[in-house]
Ligand binder design. Structure first.
Ligand SMILES: NC(=O)c1ccc[n+]([C@@H]2O[C@H](COP(=O)([O-])OP(=O)(O)OC[C@H]3O[C@@H](n4cnc5c(N)ncnc54)[C@H](OP(=O)(O)O)[C@@H]3O)[C@@H](O)[C@H]2O)c1
Length: 253
């Protein structure tokens, strides 16, 4: 066989081999990207947290939903989520949760549990900080071993437009200050963990119809949570350490 014909046959064969290998590998590669995620949502028994549990499970992901009183979290249980007890102000609860989940991979931690107090006194300030900033940071610390088992670990701190120092108009001081502190926790965690492949963001969920947001709020969690799900699953490393609105626009600190 002449050399040119030999080369043509070899080239054609190697192309065929590559195409075959690609076709065999493709479904597996796609599967790896589409693998169901394990998502831990705090305060998942009502409001935005419950809607997260409903929509992440409906999308085929595994949800671990926490509630202060799991026995009363009937709607959360009905989603098929694993329900675990957590009061975010309790170090014992955080330690017990981490113990219960030891060795289990978590892909996304959604620090959603939150508390609003319109008062301006020491008790209101301390409770807002404890639930909205201290708790989420300590939980993120306790669950780091679980998140490190994920290929693409993400920490999503549910903040608020009221936590934006740039945009504040001087209302709801205790709540707003605690969410600004949560935003600092986001920057802290980003600084500590981005090098290990973590994506850490603050997310402003918008003003929603929940017990906290009130019946007159413009957004329905059924519409805002799908936007959050899309944003969270599509996060890229260069979005880490920043503050996002549900539609993907950046919020000024
Ligand atoms: N709704 C809005 O318009 C809006 C706007 C901006 C930001 N956000 C933020 O979005 C998140 C969800 O808000 P939401 O509107 O769904 O509020 P929500 O309806 O009042 O629900 C709050 C959730 O947080 C839980 N929680 C409160 N204190 C807790 C504690 N100490 N330990 C553990 N869980 C605790 C509640 O559990 P219990 O049932 O046991 O009380 C409940 O599951 C919050 O972080 C909130 O600040 C909401």
């Amino acid at each position: 066989m002449p050399n040119t014909t030999k080369t043509t046959v070899l080239t054609t064969l190697s192309r065929l081999f590559l195409a075959l290998a690609f076709l065999v590998c493709l479904p597996n590669c796609t599967q790896a990207e589409d693998e169901p995620l394990t998502v831990l949502v705090t305060g998942a028994n009502r409001g935005l947290g419950l809607e997260h549990a409903k929509q992440w499970t409906a999308a085929g992901h595994k949800v671990i939903g926490t509630a202060r009183k799991p026995a009363e979290a009937k709607e959360l249980k009905a989603t098929g989520a694993q329900v675990l007890q957590l009061d975010i102000t309790s170090d014992d609860d955080i330690a017990n949760l981490a113990k219960e989940l030891k060795g289990q991979k978590i892909d996304v931690l959604i620090n959603n549990a939150g508390y609003m107090n319109r008062g301006l006194n020491r008790e209101a300030l301390q409770r807002c900080f404890n639930i909205n900033a201290t708790g989420p940071l300590l939980l993120a610390k306790a669950l780091q071993p679980n998140l490190k088992l994920s290929k693409h670990p993400k920490i999503v701190n549910i903040s608020s437009g009221l936590g934006s120092i740039a945009r504040t108009r001087g209302s709801y001081a205790a709540y707003s200050m605690s969410k600004a502190a949560l935003n600092m926790a986001t920057r802290q965690l980003h600084g500590q963990l981005a090098g290990d492949g973590f994506i850490v963001i603050s997310l402003n969920p918008g003003h929603n119809k929940t017990d906290m947001g009130g019946a007159g709020a413009p957004l329905d969690p059924k519409d805002s949570v799908p936007q959050m799900l899309k944003l969270i699953t599509g996060l890229k490393p260069d979005q880490s350490g920043k503050f996002w609105y549900i539609n993907g626009s950046e919020v000024p600190w």
